[in-house]
Design a protein around this ligand. Structure first.
Ligand SMILES: Nc1nc2c(ncn2[C@@H]2O[C@H](COP(=O)(O)OP(=O)(O)OP(=O)(O)O)[C@@H](O)[C@H]2O)c(=O)[nH]1
Ligand SMILES: [Mg+2]
Length: 220
């Protein structure tokens, strides 16, 4: 049982597009809005204002033939613009992207506060987290050495991406942040579905088993 090989339009009504909720967290001004804009819209915004509450952006991507909706929550970095929203950010989140600005050391040292906030909201350990150092185009102004960031990422079991929302040459790298998470989530969930399928009497509508190997083709 499962989905037959190849596309079959007669199955479409049964195959729901899955939605992965990914939140983007970090100090104000590190470039969360610009990074999410780059991923979802493909461009760097001319001008941004501090995010109030949350802005939703989304992009539908295809991973191994499955369409997945990546729903990106661009959160506010300023305390006064986020405090009433924090519970919503973390509810049913599938993955977390922590962002700092490579030209601003305080945005890096504050990461521990952001991680504490995340841990304080009972985000399950299976929820993947990645670390993003943004504004790498400002080469002469770098304050956070890669080695320091890498050490921190390792200690917190996160992958590190150093990139720039502004530099068009980096756009593939920005995409890779979200695609890597989407691939990981897909692989995780396919394993879960396979477990469910093994049990008698369980509905089998979700996903075929062959995706359990999806990990191998993940870009990271
Ligand atoms: N040079 C450079 N500037 C950037 C980059 N990304 C963002 N910026 C600039 O940094 C400033 C802040 O960017 P935002 O994306 O609005 O920052 P934010 O993290 O969303 O801030 P809050 O919404 O207040 O939390 C803007 O002036 C952007 O143009 C980048 O990769 N390189
Ligand atoms: Mg913003």
């Amino acid at each position: 049982i499962g989905r037959p090989p190849g596309p079959d339009s007669s199955l479409e009504p049964y195959v729901q597009t899955r939605i992965f909720k990914i939140i983007v967290i970090g100090d104000s001004n590190v470039g969360k809005t610009c990074l999410t804009f780059r991923f979802c819209g493909g461009t760097f915004p001319d001008k941004t204002e501090a995010t109030i509450g949350v802005d939703f952006r989304e992009k539908t991507v295809e991973i191994e033939g499955e369409r997945i909706k990546v729903q990106v929550w661009d959160t506010a970095g300023q305390e006064r613009f986020r405090k009433s929203m924090v519970e919503h950010y973390y509810r049913n989140v599938h993955a977390v992207v922590f962002v700092y600005d490579v030209t601003k050391m305080t945005s890096f040292t504050n990461l521990k506060t952001w991680i504490e906030e995340c841990n304080g909201h009972a985000v399950p350990p299976l929820v993947p987290r990645v670390l993003v150092g943004n504004k790498c185009d400002l080469k002469d102004l770098i304050q956070v050495p890669s080695s320091m960031a890498l050490k921190f990422a390792d200690a917190h079991n996160m992958l590190l991406f150093e990139t720039s929302a502004k530099d068009p040459k980096e756009s593939q790298n920005v995409d890779a942040i979200f695609m890597c998470l989407a691939c990981r989530l897909k692989a995780q969930r396919s394993l879960l579905c396979r477990d469910l399928e093994g049990r008698p009497g369980q509905p089998r509508r979700l996903e075929p088993t062959h995706d359990a190997n999806g990990k191998n083709s993940c870009p990271c």
